[in-house]
Ligand binder design. Structure first.
Ligand code: GLA
Length: 733
């Protein structure tokens, strides 16, 4: 791994065994992008790659060289207002009303490791894995703005981390109208785009389409990253797939409004922008104030989507998820939501906890309805104290009983919300995010609290801390059940309103930080009406997230497969729920439900007091099996071998780092009559190692080479009518 600056050619080369990222200082002293992709071992003067061509109508940098136009060169930091007439990463308005900047290279710094970002989640490069960073400083010729482009590369990972900061050294205020973290210009447009799209109960479905001229976007203006689009996009060569072809992926470490945009221009070059969505964003930079953008993790893979995913999984597992929970086995939990919804009493909960303990569960989670006067969604958000009608003596008795059973205790919170019908709103109506004299739009009877205000975060910190301490909680489920509208912070000046969307996200991060400083071992599971805020920003604080409110195992195959494009198995909250399924009404076997949930953090979402003896027996076996393989599932390399988006069968495989063990999950959504034998070709094994494959009624030995070239014959594995899934373990023999 190296970051090299060559003075003679004025070019930068960031490289490791996988990739090269090359840029140069252009004749106008701005940074130009030359290349991003597979490693280039030897590189000469890159001037020859510089796109100089005369085109009518394009403004040029100087009359002395009419072939150099910002409208066509590939850039690192595109800015609106000068010669680049495409959509740009940055835009400013000065007090004169001008938008013009002329950023010029001043200096750069190359250093070991990586710095943290102020107030925001970011990739952590600790001493265990070498990282190098490059910060390039540019100054605006016409103002006192100072721009720092930030890059990090790590040994052996096909990945670059990018962000920038902008500092106002002048005395006049400057408006930052757009601050997208990344501009990546590519020389052609021969790609398909891949986005993770969805809606409530069908999150992160993989959508692939050929790029076309013009603009295509993934975005959110909902105040959170959203069900609709994940803050991720990828470009893949048209002949690329899971295991072949070039892919460039971009994932934004941020949980609020975002934009991921691909623009194909009229010369068939491609510009990717990603960062905080400029709509609703206007940041005033006063004297000596700076703005830091969130990071984008840009991955390059020369072997298709699966290799891209493996890079994201390793980087997020090793450098984003908090060290306390990094790749660590997670408590098997039972959550009472689908068992009781809000209609429960203490003895019912204790009965569920007692029966769950018998099954081998580690953690009992009490979901919505335990606080304020909450018996329906119409009230009490913000009133974080025990509901007196359900817990007349507080939560201590329940907590004590749960702990006596040897279980850990967890609670549901929705910290960022307030109900009109709440003591909190009655005391602090100005804490509600809305204009006091304008109509506002309720969502699930609730509103956003103004977390851009320090006092609101401090209040929540105090209240939630009291409950965590009093009830001795090991876990909280941090939910969010509406999108933002009428975003207006009461008491703030007009020119501060454009900062509110982002400041609420920073406030939410600060609340996580405060709680985790006080309770470092607390396990937070993020949730947002299922998976509407499943993003790398949340992952930094919450090592697992509830992937979807849809607990139907068949639908979960797609949701989990799509999620795995970017996020590791250790981050996916996956539970077995009762049948008929509460969302789809579908019946599926307990085995199928368990086998699907195995590829995640695992838990139950049902009333364990209603289980039959044989179900109890089966669940006990499920839990002890999951516990035995979770270290491998979380630490190993994940392969998507067959996709639920393209057929009846889904196949997942995890292989241990030393290639001596593996787990295969095989699922069919429909049983089919009179089928032939088909082969599943495995990956990532050692060719001449013998592996023993085992599942119920099945034991067979293969060489790695056989499994990877001829394949695993699948026929007798599925014979009974509801036996539509199987999990096979493999060990070196
Ligand atoms: C959201 C969550 C659910 C549950 C309910 C409680 O919908 O996604 O899992 O916690 O809220 O109101």
């Amino acid at each position: 791994m190296a970051i090299i600056y060559e003075e003679a050619t004025r070019q930068f080369h960031l490289s490791n065994n996988e990739i090269s990222y090359i840029m140069r200082i252009m004749p106008n002293e701005q940074l130009g992008q030359i290349y991003f992709g597979k490693r280039v071992s030897d590189i000469g003067n890159t001037e020859k790659y510089f796109e100089t061509i005369y085109r009518d109508m394009s403004p040029v940098v100087s009359q002395d060289d009419i072939s150099f136009s910002l409208d066509q060169v590939k850039q690192e930091c595109s800015v609106f207002g000068k010669g680049d007439l495409r959509q740009t990463a940055m835009a400013f308005t000065f007090s004169s009303g001008s938008h013009v900047t002329d950023f010029r290279y001043v200096s750069h710094e190359i250093f070991e490791g990586k710095k943290a970002l102020p107030e925001m989640p970011a990739i952590v490069a600790d001493r265990r894995k070498a990282a190098q960073s490059l910060w390039i400083t540019l100054k605006d010729k016409h103002s006192q703005l100072e721009l720092t482009l930030q890059y990090t590369i790590m040994a052996d990972e096909g990945m670059i981390i990018r962000s920038f900061s902008i500092l106002n050294n002048g005395s006049d205020n400057v408006e930052l109208d757009s601050a997208l973290s990344v501009n990546l210009d590519l020389p052609d447009s021969n790609y398909d785009a891949i986005m993770l799209t969805g809606a409530w109960c069908r999150e992160r479905h993989v959508e692939r389409f050929p790029l076309h001229r013009g603009i295509q976007q993934a975005y959110s203006l909902r105040g959170h990253s959203s069900h609709q689009y994940n803050p991720f996009l990828a470009l893949i060569r048209p002949d690329g797939g899971e295991h072949q072809g070039e892919v460039i992926g971009m994932s934004l470490i941020y949980s609020g409004n975002f934009l991921g945009q691909v623009e194909v221009d009229n010369y068939d070059t491609t510009r990717i922008l990603m960062g905080i969505h400029p709509t609703g964003f206007a940041w005033t930079l006063k004297e000596k104030e700076s703005f830091q953008t969130p990071e984008v993790v840009i991955v390059y893979s020369d072997q298709g989507l699966n290799k891209m995913s493996q890079t994201y999984h390793r980087v997020f597992n090793n450098h984003l998820i908090r060290e306390t929970w990094r790749k660590r086995e997670r408590p098997i939990l039972i959550n009472n939501w689908e068992a009781t919804y809000m209609d429960f009493n203490e003895s019912q909960l204790i009965a569920i906890a007692e029966s769950a303990k018998e099954l081998g569960v580690d953690l009992f989670v009490l979901d919505d309805g335990w606080f304020g006067k909450r018996n329906s969604p119409q009230s009490s958000l913000g009133d974080w104290w025990p509901n007196p009608s359900k817990f007349p003596d507080g939560l201590e008795r329940l907590s004590k009983r749960i702990h006596e059973l040897g279980l850990q205790f967890g609670l549901w919170f929705e910290p960022e919300m307030v109900s009109i019908e709440s003591d909190l709103y009655r005391r602090h109506p100005d804490w509600l995010l809305s204009h006091p004299s304008m109509t506002r739009s309720p969502g699930r009877y609730q509103y956003y609290l103004d977390l851009s205000k320090k006092e609101v975060v401090d209040y929540l910190y105090k209240k939630i801390s009291l409950i965590i301490e009093g009830a001795n909680l090991s876990y909280i489920k941090w939910d969010l059940n509406r999108s933002m509208s009428e975003v207006y912070s009461q008491g703030r000046l007009p020119d501060e309103q454009g900062m509110v969307y982002h400041k609420t996200v920073l406030g939410m991060y600060r609340l996580h930080d405060l709680l985790l400083q006080k309770f470092p071992d607390l396990l937070i599971e993020s949730c947002a009406s299922g998976g509407a805020r499943f993003d790398p920003g949340m992952l930094y604080y919450a090592p697992q997230g509830w992937v979807s409110d849809n607990t139907d195992a068949v639908d979960r195959l797609k949701i989990q497969a799509g999620t795995s494009l970017v996020y590791p198995l250790s981050s996916m909250g996956t539970h077995v729920s009762a049948v008929p399924n509460h969302q789809t009404n579908r019946l599926s076997s307990l085995k199928f439900r368990g086998d699907v949930a195995t590829f995640g953090t695992f838990g139950y979402e049902l009333d364990s007091t209603l289980l039959t003896n044989s179900e109890q027996k089966e669940i006990k076996a499920q839990i002890s099996f999951v516990k035995s393989i979770q270290p491998l599932l979380f630490d190993g390399t994940f392969y998507r071998l067959e996709s639920p988006f393209s057929g009846n069968r889904t196949v997942w495989l995890v292989v241990s780092e030393d290639q001596t063990e593996g787990v295969i999950g095989i699922y069919r959504t429909l049983n089919q009559v009179n089928q032939g034998i088909s082969m599943i070709k495995l990956k990532g094994l050692k060719e001449s190692t013998c592996y023993e494959l085992t599942c119920e009624n099945y034991r067979e030995r293969f060489y790695g080479s056989e499994l990877m070239t001829i394949g695993l014959p699948v026929s007798g594995l599925f014979q009974e009518s509801d036996f539509l899934s199987t999990i096979i373990t493999m060990v070196e023999c």
